[in-house]
Write a protein that binds this ligand. Structure first.
Ligand SMILES: C[S@@+](CC[C@H](N)C(=O)[O-])C[C@H]1O[C@@H](n2cnc3c(N)ncnc32)[C@H](O)[C@@H]1O
Length: 274
């Protein structure tokens, strides 16, 4: 298979370390989403953009051996590692698949989940429409997106900005703006996909790092890797030095180095057939 390009390529290169550097971040976010989706034993569940299984694992445990938990991701290495990690759960299938148009029969799932994926897609409304069509009547769909950004996250990202091409800076702003900027915007997106009973729950999460080196390691392991890869190689030591200095200034008086965040969890259901 050809090497994936763009953001999927970034995640493919991150696959070994993604959600695997000792920082509880994706797991707690996914746990919040899974709790809202209230998966019952025997249900058919799809996790779109499953990454290393932060949501797929708890979804699979919730549906149990009588259910079916399918994860798709466009990054082959994410798929390969996650399939290996979850090989002990017979209800799990993991495959390369495109979140923009997953290839499954209509009405073939009871639950569709996508944690921290939607804002990477070029047409989020179209993707949600495609996911909604996969739900059986009464099925639930839930997504997590980034809410109000913590000042400390913002300062970490600001370190990279002077090194990035303008198009990349604009792209990041777009990913946090528009429908993604408010609960109402997200809820309208889900309603536009034909979902009812749409609501948003705010999850408060904090990535706690051991020290400055851990902050740098964490930043290479997730979506921020896209920023690192855009920094010219001969400037990366400068960026690293600035992150180390920043880590000292955002460590609190008790020695805790954390990056907080508000995560928006928006869920809705396909109306039951009448
Ligand atoms: C921030 S990660 C989230 C992964 C996982 N859901 C979690 O919560 O840890 C985003 C994931 O979306 C995947 N992705 C991005 N665009 C995609 C697409 N068009 N189709 C499928 N997966 C995609 C990436 O490869 C990556 O694994």
């Amino acid at each position: 298979m050809a090497h994936p390009e763009g953001i999927v390529g970034v995640f493919d290169r991150a696959a070994d370390v993604y959600d695997n550097v000792g920082v509880p971040w994706f797991g707690p976010i996914a746990a919040g989403l899974v709790a809202e989706l209230d998966v019952r034993p025997g249900e058919r569940v799809l996790d779109v953009g499953c990454g290393r299984g932060a949501a797929l694992r708890p979804l699979a445990l919730a549906t149990g051996p009588t259910g079916r938990a399918v994860g798709i991701d466009l990054a082959p290495r994410m798929v390969e590692r996650t399939a290996r990690d979850l090989a002990g759960l017979p209800q799990v299938e993991v495959a390369v698949g495109d979140a923009r148009a997953p290839r499954f029969p209509v009405a073939s799932f009871d639950v569709v989940a996508a944690s921290l994926v939607l804002f990477f897609l070029p047409d989020p409304a179209a993707a949600l429409g495609a996911w909604s069509a996969l739900l059986a009547p009464g099925g639930r769909l839930g997504v997590t997106t980034v809410g109000a950004q913590d000042e400390r996250w913002r300062r970490v990202e600001e370190v990279f900005l002077p090194y990035l091409p303008p198009a990349a800076v604009d792209g990041r702003a777009r990913g946090l703006g528009g429908a993604f900027a408010s609960d109402l915007g997200m809820e309208d997106l889900l309603r536009g996909a034909g979902l009812a009973g749409v609501r948003t729950v705010s999850l408060t999460v904090e990535a706690v790092l051991r020290d400055a080196d851990h902050l740098v390691e964490f930043s290479w392991s997730h979506g921020q890797r896209a920023l690192w890869e855009l920094v010219p190689p001969d400037a990366r030591d400068d960026v690293r030095d600035q992150l180390v200095a920043l880590a000292a200034s955002i460590t609190d008086s008790s020695g805790r180095l954390g990056l907080g965040g508000e995560i928006r969890c928006t869920v809705g259901a396909r109306p039951a057939a009448t």
